[in-house]
Design a protein around this ligand. Structure first.
Ligand code: FRU
Length: 491
C-alpha cells in the first residue's frame, strides 16, 4: 500500500494515511518482535469522515511507517467499524489460537442507525488480517450510544478488562472477561470532569509514577463537542483500579493539551507486563477536520508523534500527566544549532536544506532558583517566501503561548481558533533547569513545556513552507543561563 507523501503539507515524521480521511487511532499494540501496529478510523474512499473502516500501518521506530492493507472493512452498506482496541492473546484465553502465542484480537464497535454494539475479530497472522467472531456482538445493550471499547489484561485478577462509553449518559462502563468473548458488567465511572455533549474513546491504563516504584491508574476520556476551547478535547483522571472499579483521586478535570488538535488518544497494549506507556492521539478537531486544505493533496489528518507517558506530582498543582516524544533523538539527522550560552539574545537559522522540513528544538534555562523564575523564551517559524509564521513563547514558571494567527489557512473559519495559552503552574525548580521543546513537522507543531508537564498540539496550513526559525531568550535573570539546540529530523 503506497501513498504520495511528497505534498508540501504532508508531515514526514508523523503518521498520516496514504490517501483519504483518518480520525481516531485504534487497536494500538506492540508485538513480541517490538513491531508497533497502528490501526485508525479510516475512510479509504473519501476526504471527509465516513465509510468507517480500520486502516493499518506498522512501524519499528514510531517515526517511519509502512502502510498495510485495510484490516477491517464495514460488514455491509449501513454498518461501520467504529473505534476500538487490540490485544495480543498470548495465553490463548479465547481458544482461537491453539499452539500460537501471537494471536491478535481486535475489539471494536459496529455502528448503524439502530445500534452500537461491541464486537471482536481474530487475527492468526499477527494483526494483518482479521476474521470476525461468529458469536458477535459480544456486548449489545440495545443502545445507539455505546462505543469505543478499550481492552487490557489485568494481571492481578487474571482477567481481561474493557472500558467503553455510554456516550450520552457521560458514563464509562467497566466490563470483565476470562476469554474476550463473554463479558460481565462490573461498574460504571460516570459524570466526572467535563461532560461536553458526550463521552468518547475511554482508556484505562496503569502508569509509572516519577520518583516512585508505585504505579497509578489513569482514566482517559475524550469529549466532543464541548471542549472549553471548542470541539474536541481529552481529559484524564489519576486514580486507583482494583480490577472492577476505578476511583479517581479527586474530581478535577485535567485537560491533556492546551491547544485544539489533540483528541481520542489511545495507549498501546503489549505483551502483558512489558508495556511502555506509549500513546498517540489524533491531531485534529471535529470542528474543522473535514474542511482543512490537505484535502487538496488527497488526504486529511495526522496523528501526534509517539509519546512516552508517566504521572508526576507537581508542587502546588497535584497529579499531572507528563508526555514526551518517544525516542526522538533516533530521528536526528543534522545539528542546526547548538548554543549553550545564548543569554539574552536569539539565533536565526535557515532550515530550507532539511528535506523533511521537520525539526526538533529544545531551549533550556539553567541555574534558576525558586526566587528567580523569570525571563522568557520565544520562537518563530517563518516562511522566507510569504512571511507566514507560527510563533510562541513561555516564561520559566510555565505560562506558555502559541499562535497560528499568521500561518495561512483558517482566518475565515470561526472554529479554527488561532492563539492558545497555558497557565504558569510549574515549580520550575527541577535542578534549577526549565525547558521548552517541540517537534515541528511541516503542518503540525507539538510543544512540550518543562519536559512534557504540559503540551500543546496544533496544525496549520501555510501556503509556502516554513523554513526559518528564530529562537531566543529575554530578561533571563542574573546567574541563569540559556542553551538552545535544534536538529533536523530524518532527511
Ligand atoms: C471519536 C469518534 C468515536 C467513534 C469514531 C467514529 O472521534 O466519534 O466515538 O467510534 O469517532 O469514527
Amino acid at each position: 500500500v503506497t501513498g504520495d507523501y511528497s505534498g508540501a503539507l504532508r508531515p514526514q515524521v508523523h503518521f498520516s494515511p496514504p490517501k483519504g480521511f483518518m480520525n481516531d487511532p485504534n487497536g494500538l499494540f506492540v508485538d513480541a518482535d517490538g513491531l508497533y501496529h497502528i490501526y485508525y478510523q479510516y475512510n479509504p474512499t473519501g476526504l471527509v469522515a465516513g465509510n468507517q473502516s480500520w486502516g493499518h500501518a506498522t512501524t519499528t521506530d514510531g517515526y517511519t511507517f509502512e502502510n498495510q492493507p485495510v484490516a477491517l472493512f464495514p460488514p455491509n452498506n449501513e454498518t461501520f467499524v467504529f473505534s476500538g482496541s487490540a490485544v495480543v492473546d498470548v495465553n490463548n484465553t479465547s481458544g482461537y489460537f491453539p499452539g500460537q502465542d501471537n494471536g491478535v484480537v481486535a475489539i471494536y464497535t459496529l455502528n448503524n442507525s439502530t445500534s452500537q454494539n461491541q464486537n471482536i475479530a481474530f487475527s492468526k497472522d499477527g494483526g494483518y488480517s482479521f476474521e470476525p467472531f461468529e458469536g458477535n456482538p459480544v456486548i449489545d445493550i440495545g443502545s445507539t450510544q455505546f462505543r469505543d471499547p478499550q481492552v487490557f489484561w489485568h494481571a492481578q485478577t487474571e482477567s481481561w478488562v474493557m472500558v467503553t462509553v455510554y456516550a450520552a449518559e457521560f458514563a464509562v462502563g467497566i466490563y470483565t472477561s476470562p476469554n474476550l468473548k463473554n463479558w460481565t458488567h462490573a461498574s460504571n465511572f460516570s459524570n466526572h470532569g467535563l461532560l461536553g455533549t458526550q463521552y468518547e474513546c475511554p482508556n484505562l491504563v496503569e502508569m509509572p509514577v516519577e520518583g516512585s516504584d508505585e504505579t497509578m491508574w489513569l482514566m482517559f476520556i475524550s469529549i466532543n463537542p464541548g471542549a472549553p476551547l471548542g470541539g474536541s478535547i481529552s481529559q484524564y483522571f489519576p486514580g486507583s483500579f482494583n480490577g472492577t472499579h476505578f476511583e479517581a483521586v479527586d474530581p478535577v478535570a485535567r485537560i491533556s493539551d492546551f491547544a485544539k488538535d489533540n483528541y481520542a488518544g489511545q495507549f498501546f497494549s503489549g505483551i502483558p507486563g512489558t508495556e511502555k506507556r506509549l500513546s498517540i492521539d489524533w491531531a485534529s478537531n471535529w470542528q474543522y477536520t473535514n474542511v482543512v486544505p490537505t484535502g487538496n493533496e488527497g488526504w486529511r489528518s495526522a496523528m501526534t508523534v509517539f509519546r512516552q507517558n508517566h504521572l508526576k506530582k507537581l508542587p502546588g498543582v497535584g497529579w499531572d500527566l507528563v508526555s514526551t516524544p518517544f525516542n526522538i533523538s533516533s530521528q536526528f539527522s543534522q545539528v542546526l544549532a547548538s548554543n549553550s550560552s545564548l543569554g539574552n539574545s536569539s539565533i536565526l537559522l535557515d532550515y530550507s536544506n532539511v528535506p523533511s522540513g521537520a525539526l526538533y528544538f529544545e531551549a533550556n534555562v539553567t541555574g534558576l532558583t525558586p526566587s528567580t523564575l523569570a525571563g522568557s523564551l520565544n520562537f518563530t517559524f517563518t516562511s522566507s517566501i510569504s512571511g507566514e509564521n507560527v510563533q510562541g513563547g513561555t516564561i520559566p514558571g510555565g505560562a506558555t503561548w502559541v499562535s497560528r494567527r499568521n500561518a495561512g489557512w483558517g482566518s475565515e473559519n470561526p472554529y479554527f481558533t488561532d492563539k492558545f495559552s497555558s497557565n504558569g503552574v510549574y515549580s520550575g525548580s527541577d535542578n534549577g533547569t526549565w525547558t521548552l521543546s517541540g517537534v515541528l513537522d511541516r503542518t503540525i507543531l507539538e510543544l512540550f513545556v518543562n519536559g512534557g508537564e504540559q503540551s500543546a498540539t496544533l496544525v496549520f496550513f501555510p501556503e509556502y513552507p516554513l523554513d526559518t526559525l528564530r529562537i531566543g531568550a529575554a530578561d533571563i535573570p542574573e546567574g541563569a543561563g540559556v542553551s538552545v539546540a535544534v536538529w533536523g529530523l530524518r532527511d
